[in-house]
Write a protein that binds this ligand. Sequence first.
Ligand code: CP
Length: 294
Amino acid sequence: MKHLISVFNLTKDEVDELFRLFTEFKAGRREVLEGDVALLFLESSTRTRLSFEKACRNLSLRTYFAGTKETSLEKGETFYDTIRTLSSLGFKALVFRVPFVLFPYSAYLDEGISLINAGDGTHQHPTQGLLDLYTAMEVYGSVEGLRVLYVGDIAHSRVFRSGSYLFNMYSAKVGVFGPKTLIPEDLKPFGVEMVFDNYEDALSWADLVICLRLQEERFKERYVPSKESYFSQFGLTLERYNKLKGYFMHPGPVNLNVDIDANVVYSEKSLILRQVQNGVYTRMAVLYKALKDD
Ligand code: CP
């Protein structure tokens, strides 16, 4: 596993091995890797950025961060030139968050450099998909036959596109529920079995609910009438929370009282903070596998 750009390129054996590494790192395994890692984030991030930095430092890798305002993309340089420049600076790995599809750019890297996707547009967020799967595996023991429901802005969600594929790989059943304007037409590649048209039916089906953020920054038109109407139809309200059979997740950041009622966001059925903690160990596993396979 030289690069991690899309979960579609991962085999089940690789995901199993990453889970084994995740579990060992979480249990305190220590490893020392040599080298420098560049983190280039052209979209904002709290969790992914800081947990990648922490994961690198836990493995003794040196980190170099640049955000949107700190690169010469601001001055009109192309991303192709940026990637060629970073490629020649001697980094062992490049961790990129970008607002466009990342995979074509791996062709422009010098040999021996790993490219790791930290979220590219609406396309993929592989480490988030992995950490969601691993968190579910920890909590439920196995996800085989588990009914996983994604709720909300499915159309713009890279978290859904990565996670759904991975849950499917492990024989979970995946359902979706959201505004009709935000449900993509072709859900087959992601292994979706059920598309619900009301929350109550979806809730009585689901063992695990994954709430998603309404990604208004990506809206090209008005897909929902208002945040209030969205919350009443698609939000995890207190009443719906009380009906939940299992747990709920959210990749973050949460829009309080839009995606989830502020009173239940960190309550006992919430796995949100566990997801955040598991993000560090998942990213340690990914970095270790990518750089150790060198
Ligand atoms: N889940 C996630 O990608 O969060 P950040 O945008 O804070 O990194």
